[in-house]
Unconditional design. Structure first.
Length: 301
């Protein structure tokens, strides 16, 4: 019995020594990489997941050819999101334009250990009755249907991140930041190809609960601020959102503690990749289900 206990103690001691040496080796490896090498490696690692990393600003964003495009969009994705530690406020804007129902949706909130925001552009093949909106699988906008979008996401401490581009799914995700969706404001602007589509979108925005005073139209661009969530959640969803947020906050603190040898986001993520590759892959499950600016001043950086 004593021999078995001694053997287990020896194995545990050797394991601790091994992981300590392994950790020191990884810290040294990441510390000696130059900035360009770090950015190139990060882009190589995250591209298969449909993302790119902005080294100059420290956030992830989605690529135009992201594999998530094949899944399209349906209301069920948002409904199921709290079960996968995605807790956000959503503002779906439906409108009819040239024989098809379009959906431009805005999101802001917590995606696992990431605070982020999204603008998604989708459409159906025909005009969809309002009663069927939540039953419809919308297709993502094709390259010639993408719109010029921009947004700026801020919390109550004025820590902000912004992104802009011609896209079907414009996003920004700050790693290691925890936020309550209600404490985030999202200032968004979209430029439309013509006045007809712009007017249809503005009418849809009003039906979604945005007042006329909060909408600014300049030429072919529409700007507004998404602050309050128009959706009311049932008791089960409220519980799931609270439970997921509790886990998100816990894992966010754990991420910062595990990667504490570093301060910069790119160093933290690369350290996580070399030290805990499983956790790194989980980090990149930011959004969507598959079918079968200025520099942010987040505490993490």
């Amino acid at each position: 019995m004593y021999y078995l206990f001694f053997a287990l103690l020896l194995v545990a001691l050797l394991g601790c020594i091994f992981f300590h040496c392994h950790r020191k080796k990884i810290i040294c490896k990441v510390s000696h990489m130059d900035c360009c090498a770090k950015c190139a490696l990060l882009d190589e690692l995250v591209y298969p997941f449909g993302y790119r990393f902005h080294c100059d600003c420290g956030f992830f964003s989605s690529t135009v050819d992201a594999p998530q495009k094949a899944a399209g969009y349906t209301w069920l994705y948002d409904y199921m999101a709290p079960r996968f530690q995605m807790v956000f406020d959503a503002l779906p804007v439906y409108f009819n334009y040239r024989g098809r129902t379009w959906l431009i949706e805005f999101w802001k909130g917590q995606y696992g250990i990431n605070t982020g925001a999204e603008i998604g552009i989708y459409h159906a093949d025909t005009i969809i009755p309002e009663a069927d909106y939540k039953k419809t699988l919308f297709s993502c906008a094709e390259r010639d249907e993408m719109l010029d979008c921009t947004f700026r996401l801020c919390n109550r401490e004025n820590d902000c991140v912004s992104n802009a581009g011609r896209h079907w799914w414009l996003t920004a995700f700050l790693v290691g930041c925890f936020s309550k969706p209600a404490n985030l404001s999202m200032e968004s602007c979209i430029r439309f190809p013509n006045r007809e589509m712009l007017c249809a979108f503005v009418e849809g925005l009003k039906r979604a609960g945005c007042g006329q005073d909060g909408i600014s139209v300049n030429g072919l661009s529409v700007c507004f601020c998404f602050c309050e969530c128009p959706e009311h959640f049932g008791p089960v969803t409220r519980f799931l959102r609270c439970f997921s947020q509790w886990k998100n906050k816990l894992f966010c603190k754990l991420y910062l503690w595990v990667t504490r040898p570093f301060v910069c986001t790119e160093d933290r993520i690369l350290y996580l990749y070399f030290y805990l590759p499983v956790a790194f892959r989980r980090l990149l499950r930011l959004r969507r289900f598959k079918k079968h600016g200025h520099r942010p001043h987040c505490k993490e950086r």
